[in-house]
Design a protein around this ligand. Structure first.
Ligand SMILES: [Zn+2]
Length: 126
């Protein structure tokens, strides 16, 4: 094996390692995305359940006109100045346990597990 072959083999080996590293990173990103999709699906399912419960309680207590609900949804939607089908963004505060940012959707800090006293009952998840 001459010097050229050795250099060639080293270069090939480096490229193979780079491709393996890229593949590992891509796999990690796919796993993270799958976790986030599962979290979103769980959050949507919980919100649907809460909305249905509130609607049924309201109907049992005499009901409200569907148009009144639609009007209220639009009024709340517009509170952040945009009619975009969303509540304004979740609040972020600093965790008392580890000083990292904690989203109001989380009942506990995702880093240290400290309870989040500002967790939003409609958005929160374990
Ligand atoms: Zn924390």
């Amino acid at each position: 094996m001459d010097l050229f072959d050795i250099a060639w083999n080293m270069r090939q080996s480096q490229q193979i390692n780079a491709v393996r590293s890229d593949a590992s990173e891509a796999q990690r990103q796919v796993r993270d995305s799958n976790v986030r999709v599962a979290e979103l699906e769980a959050a949507v399912a919980k919100l649907q359940l809460i909305a249905q419960a509130l609607w049924e309680i309201q109907q049992e207590r005499g009901g409200i006109e569907e148009q009144a609900l639609i009007d209220k949804v639009n009024e709340i939607d517009l509170r952040d100045g945009r009619l975009d089908g969303k509540l304004s963004g979740a609040k972020v505060r600093t965790c008392s346990g580890c000083n990292r940012p904690v989203n109001s959707r989380h009942l506990r800090c995702i880093y240290c597990g400290a309870e989040n006293p500002e967790a939003d009952v409609f958005r929160s998840k374990g």
